[in-house]
Design a binder for this molecule. Structure first.
Ligand SMILES: C[S@@+](CC[C@H](N)C(=O)[O-])C[C@H]1O[C@@H](n2cnc3c(N)ncnc32)[C@H](O)[C@@H]1O
Length: 326
């Protein structure tokens, strides 16, 4: 039975979090099964499966790109670890209750249903899944049926998570939405949390729990030093702090407050590095370069300085991206 095979593979990932080769081989094997079962490979290179889908704020990945997220190995392994740990914590806090999970942006494999549900009973966890891309949700449903996980999924919504009103929102203990890219570029994690957090209960946990974008300044290498020294200069955006101001009555702002960084120093900074720190759950983070989501962006600083200050701000309208001014 395929469901048992996936349960074993999922358990292997959970038990080998620090063994990259095992994670990679196991995720590759899961991918092989998912590809065979959904046949999305046969949808081929069709334009409709390669093009990003516009949302009310930000862009959603194409079916093919969303499928490829599974192969971001450490991302998948850490999200799986975070999700299973969180469900077990919620079970402890609410013994004998069903843990209800809202999954916004499931992609064609809904991995955080299909890898997670086999580890629990349907009387323990229930999912509602939402996806803007109709072809992706169709494929997710096909896979869920093939894995005989239909009992775990209450609802399928084809909708935009940026504007969606969640029916019976207060019943969810967990909101999952990995709808982000490095530097929070283009995808809708921020507008989705802006819309959904005021709807769910205050105790509803989120995975990833937060994203913090920081700027660090590096000093030139000294003789005999292997790496450049660096120090954090500013927190450019802390998503959970930024969306807190919405109690459900506010519309999405055009941008969040700007942050200015002064580049003057006797040390003559060599470069500025902007990091995307993805906090998944508890002490589980995606650190620099562990995933495509946490690739840093480094800018060299030319001396003499043209301007002593640079200003960053996160724009939400008309496009979703971090902007820099100097
Ligand atoms: C980065 S992929 C992740 C797919 C899968 N959950 C995983 O972790 O492998 C994000 C998915 O969210 C969907 N998505 C992005 N923005 C969305 C929105 N505003 N409403 C609904 N779905 C969205 C995309 O279409 C894509 O399938």
């Amino acid at each position: 039975m395929l469901r048992n095979t996936i349960k074993e593979l999922s358990t292997t990932i959970l038990n080998n979090q620090s063994d990259f080769d095992t994670i990679k081989n196991t995720v590759d094997e899961i991918h092989k099964h998912y590809l065979e079962t959904t046949n999305i490979g046969e949808l081929g290179e069709g334009m409709q499966h390669m093009a990003a889908v516009p949302t009310a704020s930000g862009m959603a990945l194409s079916l093919n790109h969303a499928a490829a997220c599974l192969l971001d190995y450490r991302r998948t392994a850490k999200l799986l670890d975070g999700m299973v740990t969180l469900i077990r914590e919620k079970q402890q806090q609410h013994p004998n209750e069903i843990i209800n999970i809202f999954y916004a942006g499931c992609g064609p494999y809904a991995p955080f249903v299909t890898l997670v549900a086999p580890l629990f009973k349907a009387s323990e966890v229930q999912f509602s899944v939402l996806e803007i891309n109709a072809a992706s949700i169709k494929s997710a449903e096909k896979l869920i049926n093939a894995l005989e996980l239909t009992d775990y999924v209450k609802e399928y919504y084809t909708a935009d998570a940026v504007t969606f009103q969640i029916p019976d929102a207060k019943k969810y203990q967990i909101l999952f939405s990995e709808t982000l890219d490095a530097l929070l570029y283009r995808e809708s994690y921020v507008p989705i949390l802006w819309n959904m957090l005021p709807q769910v209960s205050e105790n509803c946990a989120v995975i990833p729990n937060n994203v913090i974008v920081t700027a660090s300044l590096t000093y030139p290498e000294q003789e005999g030093e292997a790496t450049k020294k660096e120090k954090q200069a500013a927190e450019i955006l802390n998503v959970r702090e930024a969306v807190k101001i919405n109690d459900g009555s506010k519309s999405l702002p055009e941008s969040f407050a700007p942050i200015t960084i002064n580049l003057e120093s006797d040390d003559k900074y060599y470069s500025m590095i902007v990091d995307t720190k993805v906090h998944i759950h508890n002490d589980i983070w995606l650190h620099r370069n562990e995933s495509s989501l946490s690739i840093p962006f480094e800018m060299e600083i030319a001396h003499p300085l043209d301007a002593p200050n640079v200003t960053f701000f996160y724009e939400l309208k008309p496009s979703v991206e971090l902007k820099l001014q100097n």
